[in-house]
Design a protein around this ligand. Sequence first.
Ligand code: AHM
Ligand code: MG
Length: 322
Amino acid sequence: MSAPKTLQDWLQAEAPSSELAGVITTIAAACAEIAKVLRTAPTDGLAGATDHTNVQGETQKQLDVVSNDIFIKHIRQNAAISILISEELDEELHMQNQGRFAIATDPLDGSSNLDVNVTVGSIFSVLAVDPNAPDLLQPGSEQLAAGYAAYGPSTSLLLTFGKTTAAFTLSNEGVFMLDREAVQVAAQSGEYAINSARQRFWDAPTSTYVAQNIAGEEGELGKRYNMRWVGSMVADIHRILMRGGIFLYPLDSETTAKGGRLRLLYEANPMSLLLEAAGGAASTGHGRILDVVPTDIHQRVPVIMGSSAEVARLDALYAKAK
Ligand code: AHM
Ligand code: MG
């Protein structure tokens, strides 16, 4: 049996350049530190909200701010990273160096779940930029790397450079160890994830898709479905990467004005790259998420992602509704 591989072993073999490997090492160190802080946050006085509202109009949790600060601290130590885009920062942060990489992150996604000790995560995307004229509004297909850390019973790190998706687990010694070299998302699945309390806002394709699932064996698909929804994108996408399924946050009548609920640069794009590299699919209902050209760093987007056959089924309903 060969020796277990560390993240560093994997990066040495898989990273397109040593600079990019260094960027991932920096992000992984930030995630490991956030994992440590989260473990004892409630007794460290870190539970609860701040009196500050972020650019999304959401009240920041103390741990949103702490996680964002941890990202900034680590990124400042790596001169290859010149820009940080974060859900928690109104504007992008320039590091005043000549680094050729930009990071976009949701430093603590799903933070509304913190008080109930459910899996939350950090999502990140790595872009190439010219430090003198940075273009941050690149489609997701241009991402150099993407990933997330899921802070659950164990801390998982999922990473892709666009070709395969690898999974790591954080050891008690603080080292990310490889546990799956090439995650594969099953094309077919019987699990779907959507906030069904929003049913009254749904459009016709989403309503039809969910109604077909609920009809189960007795319906036109002749197949049973189960619904699973954590309400934490990282936890829901992690389940889908591990055992298939579909995650939906489509455009609905309430989110239309904003363009959707989830953010393109640091939520939808990194998750889309991870899923596509694992054989899954990611769509807005009208095309590939990775092809959307952003107009704003905090832009929102409709999200339909997971097992390819399920995404194709909903895409077909959108095409029919045109
Ligand atoms: P956040 O970045 O403010 O945590 O919001 C993102 C979260 C996702 O993790 C989750 O899938 C979704 O928002 C939950 O939305 P809802 O509040 O409709 O359940
Ligand atoms: Mg968040």
